[in-house]
Design a protein around this ligand. Structure first.
Ligand code: PLP
Length: 345
């Protein structure tokens, strides 16, 4: 019975590895991306602390990265948080300039979870390596949605979470390039090549591999479908509403199906609740943190302005959505925005 479970886990490991250009033994299963980010950053920092104590990252990372970096600062590491431009991109020049001989690690996400901007990860990993630093990317929003290849991009560590690509909640993985050392966070058994002690969550691991395979096999079709729906949505918004702003949107490539939009006459919180009453789930700020009513650190970092930030929602279309769903969203938005404007006179 044990062998059957082990085989299922190893098959899933190989499958996930092959879908991202890695080999199976470079995949370490975790409880999700929060754990994967913690393992990559704390694990690498502690393993490399004799070589240096400096880490480079950016202001728009997810809290799973930012809070881990803050913890490391408390342990004596120095972190440089790079500013981003209006699209949420760091300047490659600033990135290279921030790396010095004490720098052991850089961490920049593959795509932003609030504004959808895709970062040039391969280029940044090359800069980091050119100065002797390792490179981690939180690829939670990218994996399963856009092509991700760890060999082509050259990243050393990559975090992922299954529930972001239609897999089960509470499971994820960290890609750890072969030969690299990490201090593990947990003491105990020697599972996951000693990187992560504890019995593997077999059912979720198999579910994660199945979901990733299915997403990757249909990726081109999914991207075309989501791009079509996004155009419909944005065309409809453009037709019906005045003064709408799309924070973070510019020349940089964006995640398919992703619309971060501000309706200046409405509060994001009000919109979120009224859409919820109509059975439409959107988010204001980060979805993982919907109880937090403070202005999102990402919108702040791109200088969206307080009024825009307070009225920004994120509409994430999925592969199961249809053009009828887009029409329903537009009708709901129209009713809510018109009612709000009438109330305000
Ligand atoms: N990183 C990013 C970019 C995310 O969007 C999220 C969650 O949505 C996480 C990390 C945390 O992932 P998890 O909830 O699997 O721990």
């Amino acid at each position: 019975m044990g062998r059957e479970a082990l085989n299922a886990v190893e098959e899933a490991r190989d499958q996930i590895g092959s879908l991202i250009g890695a080999s199976g033994d470079e995949i370490c299963f975790t409880s999700g991306a929060t754990e994967a980010d913690n393992l990559a950053l704390k694990g690498a920092a502690f393993a490399l602390r004799k070589q240096g104590r400096h880490i480079v990252s950016q202001r728009t990372e997810h809290k799973a990265v930012l809070d881990t970096l803050a913890y490391l600062e408390g342990c004596g590491f120095e972190v440089t948080y790079l500013d981003v431009d209006a699209e949420g991109l760091i300047s490659p020049k600033d990135f290279e300039a921030a790396i010095h001989k004490e720098t052991i690690l850089a961490s920049v996400m593959a795509a932003n979870n609030e504004i959808g901007t895709i970062n040039p990860i391969g280029e940044l990993a090359t800069f980091a390596h050119g100065h002797g630093a390792l490179f981690h990317t939180d690829a939670v929003q990218a994996i399963g949605h856009i092509p991700v290849d760890v060999r082509a991009s050259g990243v050393d560590f990559l975090s992922a979470s299954a529930h972001k690509f239609n897999g089960p909640k509470g499971i994820g993985f960290l890609f750890i390039r072969k030969g690299l050392k990490l201090d593990s966070l947990l003491d105990g058994g020697q599972q996951e090549r000693g990187f992560r002690a504890g019995t593997e969550n077999v059912a979720s691991i198999v579910g994660m591999a199945t979901a990733l395979k299915s997403n990757c096999e249909c990726m081109d079709k999914n991207i075309a479908h989501l791009n079509k729906l996004t155009s419909l949505l944005r065309d409809g918004i453009g037709k019906f509403f005045k003064g709408v702003v799309y924070p973070g949107v510019g020349e940089a490539p964006q995640l398919p199906g992703f619309t971060c939009v501000s309706f200046p006459t409405c509060s994001a919180e009000g919109l979120l609740h009224m859409l919820d009453l109509k059975g439409i789930a959107v988010s204001a700020g980060a979805a993982c943190d919907s109880k937090n009513t403070q202005i999102s650190h990402v919108l702040k970092a791109i200088n969206a302005g307080k009024d825009v930030a307070r009225s920004t929602i994120r509409i994430s279309l999925g592969i199961e959505n249809t053009s009828d769903d887009v029409a329903t969203i537009l009708a709901a938005l129209r009713a809510i925005v018109c009612a709000t404007e009438k109330l305000r006179g």
